[in-house]
Design a protein around this ligand. Structure first.
Ligand SMILES: *[C@@H]1O[C@H](CO)[C@@H](O)[C@H](O)[C@H]1NC(C)=O
Ligand SMILES: *[C@@H]1O[C@H](CO)[C@@H](O)[C@H](O)[C@H]1NC(C)=O
Ligand SMILES: *[C@@H]1O[C@H](CO)[C@@H](O)[C@H](O)[C@H]1NC(C)=O
Length: 189
């Protein structure tokens, strides 16, 4: 066996080892963060938290809670942006069979969710400047948007919300981000 090939083998093994270590560490950060989140807020499911972070490749490279927190806010923004587009689509379909009550509710949802676009911008600005208490207020208003939207449909007994899954996603994801922000408030003191 020639020396260069054993060197390159060693190099490959080293790279593999480093990848493995950083992957394990990132997973530990996600695991620990989601454990803490679900402990601090009974509304947060550990499994949901882990799954949502793992589905975002950036969180696999996160080394600190601060990084994970920002990623979590961006995950919600991505989710809500998609929900906005989805509601627009539902409304624009010109589907005559769409119930007028449902249509009105969808309009209300679009309004509250559209308002969150500027809220996300401010929340991210606050987060980056470590104004965690201000960021908390903004994230809370995003949670409110999800419950306001879902509650609208409940005003009529036989109405079925077409947005339940999406509202639940927004609620869960925002609760996770809020929980991280609250941990950061406490560690900053
Ligand atoms: C859990 O969700 C409920 C329903 O929205 C809310 O009233 C309550 O404050 C939440 N709990 C926490 C700890 O945030
Ligand atoms: C929103 O987030 C949830 C949880 O990570 C995910 O299951 C869902 O697919 C996302 N939806 C969109 C439209 O990105
Ligand atoms: C209208 O929407 C309803 C519910 O989404 C669906 O079941 C129905 O097939 C749609 N009708 C047309 C004409 O697109």
């Amino acid at each position: 066996m020639s020396l260069p090939s054993s060197t390159s083998l060693l190099l490959s093994l080293t790279i593999l080892f480093c990848c493995l270590i950083s992957f394990v560490c990132a997973n530990r950060l996600i695991h620990q963060t989601c454990m803490d989140c679900s402990k601090n807020d009974p509304n947060i499911s550990y499994k949901y938290c882990v799954t949502s972070f793992r589905s975002n490749h950036k969180s696999l490279y996160a080394k600190k809670l601060q990084e994970l927190g920002l990623i979590s806010i961006k995950i919600i923004r991505h989710n809500v942006t998609d929900t906005n587009a989805h509601i627009n689509e539902l409304l624009k379909k010109g589907n005559k069979s769409i119930d007028p009550f449902i249509k009105a509710c969808l309009g209300d949802c679009l309004e509250v969710y559209s308002d969150t676009i500027s809220t996300f911008r401010d929340a991210i600005r606050d987060y980056k400047a470590k104004r965690y208490a201000d960021c908390n207020v903004k994230l809370s208003s995003i949670i409110d948007a999800s419950t306001t939207c879902e509650d609208g449909f409940k005003q009529k007994n036989d109405a079925i919300s077409p947005l339940t899954k999406r509202n639940e996603d927004t609620f869960q994801l925002s609760a996770i981000a809020l929980s991280i922000v609250n941990m950061l408030i406490n560690t900053d003191k």
